[in-house]
Design a protein around this ligand. Structure first.
Ligand code: MG
Length: 170
């Protein structure tokens, strides 16, 4: 059985939809876990959870416009939840640092997905899908840049606090 480029594009759009639903869930849960350690990080995570929700809606509309069935999307998202749990469920004493790494990593998976989808939309001659993916790519790149500026300070603050706690015997 062969798969056409249109079928691949539809499949990848469904994957992207599952990815965004995962992102919304993971970001919202992570925000509540890091709120005490870094309110600034938590606030940005909540903002990006809202962006992810809109991105998922765009993808649903895109799939429907291309004639795809959107009723099966929920099942796919449920299957993908395991990955998000793996990213967000491993927290230990250094959870704020681990959370930042997980968000940064997930964001780059999204960047790769949208770059690939943009190329697929070009093959399909679908300017609307291309524009949506360009917008989402720009949003993910902005988030990735923000994470890049956050990571060093967040890591160093965490280490200083660890040493202070060790010195005070806490
Ligand atoms: Mg996203």
């Amino acid at each position: 059985m062969t798969t056409t480029s249109h079928e691949h594009l539809m499949h990848w759009l469904r994957d992207a939809h599952a990815m965004e639903e995962q992102a919304e869930d993971m970001l919202a849960k992570t925000a509540s876990r890091v709120a005490d350690d870094s309110p600034e990080f938590a606030s940005r995570l909540r903002d990006h959870a809202s962006v992810s929700k809109v991105q998922a809606q765009h993808l649903r509309e895109c799939i429907a416009r291309l004639g795809g069935d959107t009723s099966a999307l929920k099942d796919l998202a449920a299957k993908a939840v395991g990955t998000a749990q793996a990213l967000s469920g491993l927290f230990t004493s250094d959870e704020v640092v681990k959370a930042a790494l997980a968000v940064y990593t997930f964001d780059h998976m999204e960047i790769g997905s949208y770059r690939s989808l943009m190329a697929a939309a070009q093959v399909a001659g679908d300017p609307d899908t291309l524009r949506m993916c360009e917008l989402h790519l720009a949003q993910e790149q902005e988030m990735a840049l923000w994470m890049e500026s956050l990571l060093p300070g967040l890591t160093q603050r965490f280490l200083r606090q660890s040493d202070l706690q060790a010195q005070s015997g806490a």
